[in-house]
Write a protein that binds this ligand. Structure first.
Ligand code: GDP
Ligand code: MN
Length: 385
C-alpha cells in the first residue's frame, strides 16, 4: 500500500524525523483555518499518490491564511497524472535550505536492500542517475546489520554531501532506516531532504510503500482509503484470491503456487517465439477449484484490458479434474461470454474425464491441450494473434 505524503510524514515523525508542522485539509475553509494556526507563510500541497506535483502546480506557497484558502481552492479537484487531489497538506513553509535525496528500498533484481542518497535532491532521481551518476550513491544494505550511524555517515559521504551537514543527515538516515524496518515498508523516500542554513534536517516530502503481507503486525489500517488502492489486486483480495498483476498479455490461472510459478516460466518462454508475449498475472486458486472460485478468477483476469488469451493449468489432486472441468463450464455460464480464448490443460486425477466434460460442453472460446508446453505454445500464439 502506498501512503500519501501526509501519512508518510506521520510515520517519519513517530520515528523522530523532523517534518514541518502542518495538517491535512479537504476544503478551502479548512486550509484557511489550519494556516491561521501555523506560522506563515505556508505551503499548500496536493495529496495524490504520484510524484511531480511541484511541476504540475500542485505545490504552492501562500503568504497568509486567505492566500492559503485560494491556493487550496485551486488545487482541490486538480488532476495530476490521472490522480485527483481530494485533500491538501497545509504546512508551515521552510525557508533557506539545500535539497538532498534519501531512500531505502527493496532491490528485487539484485536480491538486496538498497540505500540511495544524493546531493541532488528536489528533482527526478531517474534524471540524476542518468545525467550525474556520481551524485547518486547506491549502496546495498545487508538486512541483518542494517544502517547504523557509521554506515549512515558513509552513505552521506559517498553521496557527496557537504561535510558540515554529514553528521546531522546521518542521524536522519538512521531514523529513516528504522521507519523501513519497524513499519515493514518496501520503500521509504525523502525528496527533498532539506538542510536549513540554521542546521536543521527536515523531510519536506515523503513517500512510503508498506508491505501488505505484514499488515497484521501494525495499526496501519487507518491509512487505507479504498479510493485508489490497487484496482485489480484490491478486487482480487476482496474475493480472497491470490492474485498478482504482471505486465504481459497472457492471463494465467493454476492450482498451487509452485505450478503457477512454473506456468509463468513456460508461458514467458513460449512467448519469445510469439511477439514476446508474457504472463499478465499470477493467480493461484489453491486446492479447491469450485465453479465460483473459477468464475471469480476468470472474471478478474478477463477484466484486465491487457489480457488477450488465458491459460488454465490445473493438476488434479484431491480436487479431481472432472470437478475442475465442471467448474470451468459453470464459470463460463456465470460470466456469460468469454471475451478472449481460454486454453485449458488438465492433468492428474481424473484428467480424461475432465477433458471429456470440456469437449462435450464445446464452448467456442475453450481449447483443451494435454501437455503444459503445448498449452503454453497455443496460448502464446493466440495472445500474439
Ligand atoms: P513533488 O514535486 O511531488 O516531489 O513534491 P515536493 O513535496 O517534493 O515539492 C516540490 C518542491 O517544492 C520541492 O522540491 C521544494 O523545492 C519545494 N518545497 C516543498 N516544500 C517546501 C517548503 O516548505 N518551502 C519551500 N520554500 N519550498 C518547498
Ligand atoms: Mn518530492
Amino acid at each position: 500500500m502506498d501512503l500519501y505524503e501526509y501519512q508518510a510524514k506521520e510515520l517519519f515523525a513517530r520515528h523522530g524525523i523532523t517534518v514541518p508542522p502542518g495538517q491535512v485539509a479537504a476544503t478551502p475553509q479548512e486550509a484557511r483555518a489550519i494556516a491561521t494556526e501555523l506560522k506563515v507563510p505556508v505551503v499548500i500541497k496536493a495529496q495524490v499518490k504520484t510524484g511531480g506535483r511541484g511541476k504540475a502546480g500542485g505545490v504552492r506557497l501562500a503568504p497568509g491564511p486567505s492566500a492559503a484558502e485560494d491556493e487550496a481552492r485551486r488545487i482541490l479537484g486538480m488532476d495530476i497524472k490521472g490522480h485527483t487531489a481530494h485533500s491538501v497538506l497545509v504546512e508551515q513553509a521552510t525557508g533557506g535550505f539545500e535539497e538532498y535525496y534519501a531512500a531505502y528500498l527493496v532491490d528485487r533484481a539484485n536480491r538486496t536492500l538498497l540505500a540511495m542518497v544524493s546531493s541532488e535532491g528536489g528533482m527526478d532521481i531517474e534524471e540524476v542517475a542518468a545525467t550525474k551518476p556520481e551524485a547518486l550513491a547506491r549502496i546495498p544494505i545487508d538486512a541483518t546489520s542494517g544502517v547504523d550511524l557509521e554506515t549512515a555517515r558513509l552513505l552521506a559521504a559517498r553521496a557527496g554531501l557537504p561535510e558540515d551537514v554529514q553528521d546531522a543527515v546521518a542521524e536522519t538516515l538512521v531514523r529513516l532506516w528504522e521507519v523501513l524496518v519497524e513499519e515493514d515498508a518496501l520503500l521509504v523516500e525523502v525528496n527533498p531532504l532539506a538542510c536549513t542554513s540554521d542546521g536543521r534536517v527536515l523531510a519536506l516530502d515523503g513517500k512510503i510503500t508498506l508491505d501488505g503481507n505484514a499488515a497484521f503486525r501494525h495499526d496501519h489500517a487507518a491509512f487505507a482509503d479504498g479510493s485508489d488502492d490497487g484496482g485489480l489486486e484490491a478486487r482480487a483480495r476482496a474475493k480472497h484470491l491470490n492474485y498478482v498483476k504482471l505486465a504481459g498479455q497472457v492471463g494465467v490461472i493454476g492450482n498451487g503456487a509452485g505450478l503457477v510459478m512454473s506456468t509463468l516460466d513456460v508461458v514467458a518462454y513460449a512467448g519469445e517465439r510469439f511477439d514476446g508475449v508474457r504472463p499478465a498475472n499470477f493467480l493461484d486458486i489453491g486446492g479447491g477449484a469450485s465453479a465460483q472460485v473459477m468464475a471469480d478468477g476468470l472474471e478478474i483476469i478477463l477484466f484486465d484490458p491487457d489480457v488477450r488469451a488465458v491459460l488454465v493449468n490445473v493438476f488434479g489432486g484431491i480436487t479431481a479434474c472432472d470437478a475442475v472441468a465442471n467448474g470451468i463450464v459453470k464459470a463460463l455460464e456465470v460470466l456469460g461470454d468469454a471475451r478472449c480464448p481460454i486454453v485449458v490443460r488438465l492433468d492428474g486425477n481424473n484428467a480424461e474425464a475432465g477433458r471429456e466434460i470440456l469437449s462435450d460442453a464445446a464452448h467456442p472460446m475453450v481449447r483443451v491441450v494435454t501437455t503444459m508446453d503445448g498449452a503454453a505454445e497455443l496460448v502464446a500464439e493466440l495472445a500474439a494473434a
